[in-house]
Design a protein around this ligand. Sequence first.
Ligand code: SF4
Ligand code: SF4
Length: 504
Amino acid sequence: MFKKLRSPASQLGGIVIANPCPVDNVEIIQAPLPDKVVLPLQQRMGDEVIPCVKVGDKVLTGQVIAQAQDAFCVSIHASISGTVVAIDAQTIPHQSRLKSKCITIKSDGKDEWVEHKGYADFLHELPQTLVDYIQQSGIVGLGGAGFPTHAKFNTIKPCHTLIINATECEPGIMCDDALMRHYACEVIRGVEILLYISGANQAIIAIEDDKQKAYQSLLTLTHNDKINIVQIPTKYTSGAEKLLIRSLLDVEIPANKFAVDEGIICQNIATTKAISDAVIKGKPLISRIVTVTGDGVAQPNNFEVRLGASFAHIVALARPDSHPHNNRMGGIMMGIDVKTLEVPICKVSNCIFINHTKAKVNIQECIRCGQCNQVCPVGLLPQQLYWYAKSENTDKAMDYNLDSCIECRCCDVVCPSHIPLTQYFSFAKALHRQKTQGQQKVDIARERFEFREYRLERNKTERTKMMARKKEELKQKMANDKTQKSKIAQAMARVKQEKNGNKI
Ligand code: SF4
Ligand code: SF4
């Protein structure tokens, strides 16, 4: 049996943030097929995948159009049927309008699927066969991180506990709530597949206590003794992987380690459903549920949409008003601002916030109120970290565990001086990395220099020894020669003497 919650989340830090845009009826609306899709070849992790189609090719929905080249990548599939019209650089969802190589498919309006068949009888397959199939099905973490799902199972450490993270990452996002209500059966099937693959003794589905309908839907369908559904307090950051593990199992994962190192595998709930779709029905990951919300839309809701459709395609369905907007992908806390809605929905696009543009706040000096220290879910001292980060004293900041900061922005939210603390921490981490890498380079250069000096010294010593040896050998040879010469001289003298004797 799993351990009980170690302590209420109220003692673990973090903050309660009201849903900025509550919705009475959480639904999933099927978005219409887009006219075209743009599918980036560079995913959140691993190398860019290699296209296996060319411009002009006809493709079917679910067909592989780019293949993974390394163990950390997953394949990309056509999310609609139609014609490949471009393979070029397109703007992707990024705060600085970054461009990346993409495959663009123009729809033929038919949505004709490639033939697909999974492993409905998965218990008769080898776990590794299913892990490989998950990779081929293009599945990555759908909670926002985009970590390749199969990679968590390719570890040598045996897994004892599987945690299914059913907490919405941030207030306002409701796509996982909707998914659990509407696809509870697929979710439970997905958990059973993961239990089989991982060999875990137990699975814990962690769900926030404000999602009672979703909780009931899962509870009704759970008949497996190995699966437990645990409600946790609705509090921002309690769903962060390491914090969730700490609260459920009382296991602390250090900053430089991963959950798999402790025999724990965490999967997001939407990823679990995607695994079920792939393994049971043979459907690769070609769509996802996206929340569109914010005070700039009249009908916030969840939309199931094909990957590669534009943000604008589903934002239009939520009826945005005509005010100037700030567009954000992900949550209000940890998401990123995007300048344009003409960017494609990716596997990690769980939410789009459309908010009215607000006046910039005035940043003031720290008044040492200590409020930031009280909310940090990791138990850090942001006030202290701020001073060290500001003065670029990253060694001292690391002494105060800067590397454990999960950049959740809880401290930013409560700071009465509106100091963007997390930005300082993120900068200080990057600076420290740069410094240590710089130091590593200096160390390597010093080692090389010292080795060169040692080598030169050794050569010099060896040469001196060799010269001395040769000198000695020469001396010896000369001495030998001298002896030889004297022997010859003696012999010749003897011969001469003998000759003279004979004459007499
Ligand atoms: S951003 Fe970092 S320091 Fe601030 S509350 Fe979150 S974990 Fe703590
Ligand atoms: S909350 Fe802001 S003002 Fe208060 S101590 Fe922290 S950084 Fe300073």
